[in-house]
Design a protein around this ligand. Structure first.
Ligand SMILES: [Zn+2]
Length: 314
């Protein structure tokens, strides 16, 4: 009898295990934009939380004929593993290169998942230094925000610095890497595929979610966006939000210019930083629908922009 019970319990456990396996935590569906170029877009864009388990940022990958280049690997090793599985569903070429667009943890904490095959992890030197210095903080911070879901991601920092515009040939793809000049965050790097006219921008572009500006150089960012428009991309894979195009860049340019002007208005009329928040909210009303998350971000971001406006006056 005891043996029978053990057997039944073993079968139940085995069945449960297959069910759990059959239901992956992240259902990643690569979206093909051009030959060999894919975007992986999560269903939510909020900050990492227990519901999204940290999956809140976009990844992209390029199948080159001689290996795969992955751009940004998500907020945890587990998310990196899910991305790896999604890529394997599209190609049997190994992931040979990673590019981390910037140092925010939702763009590189999945690197460890690709350690068995990756040869170079590209980023700017500034980003490499930031990840080395603050990597553990990102792990702890995301673990707290997600109620433990992102776990103890192992830090695998980028190892190959790109600090000026560089053209690489990977398989059949020409890949142009260029720094943003520290716009969304210090050391942002963008990727341009000239033959397919696809721009992979990291958080320099947010298409339909209020951008985080608290780590930005907003003036530089506003200056950069028209230059990206000049590339005339047919598709833009942003850091957060749906795939967009020229219109997404133009719209963001208008939003960031309006943000700067509203903070400047508050500063010039003698308002304190915290008093400027409601003024900015009012001036950005028309953008609120396109860029959700504004209410949550403005109280944190406006005081930082206010300091930049103040510094620009002297
Ligand atoms: Zn970011």
């Amino acid at each position: 009898m005891a043996q029978l019970i053990v057997r039944v319990v073993t079968i139940i456990i085995a069945l449960w295990a297959t069910m759990v396996q059959a239901e992956p935590r992240f259902s990643m569906q690569p979206e093909q934009l051009a030959s060999g170029i894919y975007a992986v877009i999560p269903p939510t864009r909020e900050l990492p939380n227990p519901q999204n388990r940290g999956w809140n940022s976009n990844s992209a990958f390029v199948v080159t004929g001689n290996g795969v280049l992955v751009v940004d690997t998500g907020s945890s090793t587990e998310i990196g593993e899910a991305l790896k599985t999604a890529i394997a569903g599209v190609t049997d070429q190994p992931v040979r290169w990673i590019l981390n667009t910037h140092a925010h943890g939702d763009h590189w904490l999945g690197n460890a998942a690709f350690e068995d095959s990756v040869e170079n992890i590209y980023a700017t030197q500034s980003v490499i230094d930031q990840i080395r210095a603050q990597g553990e903080n990102w792990v702890a911070n995301f673990k707290r925000l997600t109620g433990g879901a992102t776990g103890n991601s192992r830090i695998v920092p980028p190892d190959t610095a790109i600090d000026s515009r560089q053209e690489l040939q990977a398989g059949n793809k020409t890949i142009v890497l260029f720094p943003s000049g520290d716009s969304h965050s210090p050391g942002d790097l963008l990727l341009w595929l000239p033959d397919d006219r696809v721009l992979i921008s990291g958080d320099v572009i947010y298409s339909d979610r209020m951008p985080s500006t608290n780590n930005s150089n907003l003036q530089q960012w506003i200056k950069l966006l028209p230059k990206l428009e000049q590339l005339q991309p047919e598709a833009v894979i942003p850091g957060h939000g749906n795939v967009t195009d020229m219109r997404g860049i133009e719209r963001l340019h208008e939003l960031l210019t309006s943000l700067w002007q509203a903070v400047e208005e508050g500063y010039n009329t003698g308002l304190a930083a915290y008093e400027t928040v409601p003024l900015v909210r009012d001036r950005l009303t028309d953008f609120a629908e396109t860029y959700p998350g504004m209410d949550e971000k403005l109280p944190r971001d406006v005081p930082r922009v206010y300091l930049q406006v103040e510094a620009a006056t002297f």
